[in-house]
Design a protein around this ligand. Sequence first.
Ligand code: AHR
Length: 495
Amino acid sequence: MTTTTLHLHSRLQVGEVDPRIFGGFLEHIGRAVYEGIYQPDSRHADNDGCRVDVLTALRDLRMTAMRYPGGNFASGYHWRDGAGPKPERPSVRELAWQSIEPNQFGTDEYIRLCRKMDWTPMLTVNLGTGTPEEARNWVEYCNSPAGTRYSDLRVAGGSPDPYGVKLWCLGNEMDGEWQLGHVPAAEYAIRAQQAAKMMKDTDKSIELVACGSCGVSMGTYMEWDRQVLEYLGDAADYVSLHRYVGNRDDDTPDYLAVTNSIDRQIEEMDAACRFVQARRKSKTRAYLCFDEWNVWYKSMQMDGAGQFAPHLLEEVYNLEDALVVAGFLHSFVRHADVVKIANLAQIVNVIAPILTRGDEMLVQSIFHPFAMFSARRGGVSLSVSVDGPSYESKSHGTVAYADASAILDDQRLNVFVTNRDPVATMELIVKPADLRVEAVESAEVLTGPDAKAANSYEKPDVIVAKAFDGALIKDGAVSCELPPLSLLAMTLTVA
Ligand code: AHR
């Protein structure tokens, strides 16, 4: 057994945790919308055609900002195709995923879903094949009161009140050569600035997310961001970051160390934002919107072959993937001062915490870390000093076996700890310097038989969060034993 002590102090605060870091992402890809969220012929369908079983499970994730309709799909999507009476909407051959898109789920259906689920709408405009004016027209459709061309279209569809969509993304991954309408940074910046101007002229209250470079391995990394942020200036409220990770070398300790590089990606993008702010001598800066993140490396089927709702990117997740998902969340909490929005990509069937098969549904391992954090998200992120053993990882330098974060909410201290050690149990001591731990309000642990263990339709409960009663309080500190490869989330009462 090893011993790790977490030191924290209520005054050593990183920043308020923005609830929007617990966002999700719903794209028209594979079986995410059709057969995932929306399936009118399912026995689980509600009056809107949405699957109640899926929505009920998603409710436990308490997601906030829900990005839609893509992703790569957004760069070829014309929002008018998904508006108006359903029988009149066209079926189109969409090019991002080579699939058939019947447009039976569009803006109105998405907004109804957001209201049902208490999600904050977050729309991505088409800056690939679309025009800045088309983007601006979508803002009018969603946010303008009745009496104009596009708002009256909304009213005619039965929604007299504006939808009030505040968060808009200026395209998607425009630095990727796979993106429809991909252009160099300087051209994207012009396109985005034109759209931003017209969109904000239509509704001053909206917030805009500029496309950042879409990956740390891209040749565009950082230089794209500098150019785009400098050109957009105050029009960019946020800049996007994307990250997909995987255990390609089948090296679990190295894979679990990837959190170091997520921390670094955030810190580099923050540096780019501050650099541009300094160069512009501006009072304002862009904040970080991590609007696509997850584990994705096993299921690379991306060609829909002209089918409707093809099986694409249906990743099956195991215990080590769940611990890496926890790593992303630790990192967002640790950087609460700069990461204001983050969206788990995605929510059902496509690289998702939930899978469907006919009328059946399966909750995957990665569902649990998200739920464990999300249930304890309110408050201020505290700096956590980890005092314990570490190891040398192949790709990400030295890492402590304990990956940790903490959120203080008045008399409640939420502590999250991953034991990355594949063999050793960790004795964990949490010792707030200026607070006394008085009680354990709740605690859950997520672990499993081995790193590769996963849930299946036949055995759905292999990797599930369980109540944890092993925490002991002594002299104002709390201690417990964490099994190898596990995540602990605790809510402590402090005074
Ligand atoms: O989430 C799947 C895809 O990954 C998105 O459509 C795209 O933005 C990213 O490359």
